[in-house]
Design a protein around this ligand. Structure first.
Ligand code: GLV
Ligand code: MN
Ligand code: MN
Length: 421
């Protein structure tokens, strides 16, 4: 593989971004759709057949010598959070493109077809809904989950779909049957500090934390900040602050199993220096690989909501906007990946993923492997996110070799499967 070219591909995809300190390529925006089109063009040049499905996943297929066999799929996402780094998702797609290019150059044919998938709307940043594209493919999307989704500018998901000639009402057609894929692989940056701290080049993911998310609407009473004595206030923001601190405490109590809780959105209304906050809209994200531990934190959230209502005279409505169970990845794939690392003399670490990934939904359809490479200082969802090309190369190498193992390298003349070189 040509890792300089992989680096160029990353740069090329990342040239599609709204202005800002970091990458701004939110789901279903011109930048994200144009980047997907560019990838589609690259894949066509590499001889692949390319299509969008009706939710905007891009699927590029490289035929195998046995087209009737299930495809080996691999890929990631190119949509980003606000002010993102250059690697989250995009690395997995750039590496996938490089693998295709290198197979073409070496004239390697696989027995199984290969499918490169660029998933749509992995990030929840824009519509507060994550991994939409892979949920659709895996048959996990429900109409009621997406019917009323809106971004913070009030744009409905359905209108964004219309703009790009996608079809929200046809998401059911995107669903693949179990067995449609032989396996799915994703290469991703770790987005945490473990691999860098231990100086280990490869992480093999054993399980992915499930996110449970809530929208809280806290109703207090707006009033004059100068004239309202402290004892007369119904300050919605202070209620929000109490709840945020309560869930921090609850998650810290679950530290041994790694459960985490975050308030990433807290909109204070009316949002003026001289007005006591009358309303707060807040979003809570609770994640972990232990369902029991997550439940404990959720219980404490509910208790804190009740206590805060009583103590501060507030009315608090909550809606569960996401409830994803933790996912355990295929033991068989973990073993195969471990073997591939051993063969290449790369040290590896078996580890859980705290972040969500499209890979978790793909477990509904086939065995799945998720490969991590180190992230500098563990930073992600941050413009400073960084992994060097030297850190990327081992991950891309393992991904390629693993894909070839599962897809089988075909001898054109004898039409036989060969073991890997
Ligand atoms: C994906 O970036 C996530 O929020 O886990
Ligand atoms: Mn992300
Ligand atoms: Mn990602």
């Amino acid at each position: 593989m040509d890792f300089k070219r992989l680096e160029q591909t990353l740069k090329n995809i990342n040239s599609f971004s709204e202005a800002g300190e970091g990458i701004n390529r939110l789901a279903y925006t011109d930048e994200e759709r144009q980047a997907a089109d560019e990838i589609g063009e690259i894949c066509k040049k590499e001889g692949m057949s390319v299509k969008y499905d009706s939710v905007g996943n891009l699927i590029a297929r490289r035929e195998g010598t046995h087209p009737e066999l299930p495809a080996v799929a691999f890929g990631s996402h190119i949509d980003s959070v606000y002010e993102a780094g250059a690697y989250d998702g995009t690395l997995g797609v750039a590496a996938a493109i490089e693998i295709i290019r290198s197979l073409n150059e070496a004239k390697i044919q696989t027995e199984h077809p290969l499918e490169l998938i660029v998933f749509a709307c992995e990030e929840s940043a824009r519509f507060s809904f994550s991994t939409l594209g892979s949920k659709a493919i895996a048959g996990l999307l429900k109409k009621e989950d997406i019917a009323d989704l809106q971004d913070k500018d009030g744009i409905f998901l359905r209108d964004a779909f219309q703009k790009y000639k996608l079809h929200l009402d046809k998401f059911g057609e995107v669903k693949q049957r179990k067995g449609a894929y032989k396996a799915f692989f994703e290469l991703h940056v770790e987005q945490g500090p473990v691999l860098e701290e231990k100086n280990i080049p490869i992480g093999i993911v054993t399980g992915i934390a499930g996110a449970t998310r809530f929208q809280l609407n806290i109703e207090g009473e707006a009033s004059h900040s100068g004239t309202t004595p402290m004892g007369y206030r119904k300050d919605a923001f202070l209620g929000a602050a109490e709840i945020a601190l309560a869930i921090e405490k609850a998650a810290k109590a679950e530290k041994s199993v790694g459960t985490v809780a975050t308030v990433g959105v807290c909109d204070v209304e009316p949002g003026a220096m001289n007005v006591i906050p009358g309303r707060v809209k807040m979003q809570v994200d609770i994640r972990g690989i232990s369902e029991a531990s997550k439940k404990m934190v959720i219980q404490k959230l509910f208790q804190s909501i009740k206590d805060t209502e009583e103590k501060r005279g507030l009315i608090i409505h909550h809606t569960r906007t996401n409830d994803q169970a933790p996912v355990v990845l295929s033991e068989e794939v973990i073993q195969e990946l471990s073997k591939t690392c051993d063969e290449n003399e790369y040290a590896y670490q078996l580890m859980p993923s705290g972040a969500g990934h499209d890979a978790m939904n793909m477990t509904n359809l086939c065995p799945v492997g998720l490969i991590f490479i180190p992230s500098e200082k563990g930073l992600s969802h941050n413009p400073k996110e960084y992994s060097s090309i030297e850190q990327i190369a081992p991950g891309a190498t393992i991904l390629k070799q693993e894909i070839l193992k599962w897809a089988g390298v075909a001898d054109r003349t004898a039409d036989k499967i060969q073991s890997l070189p």
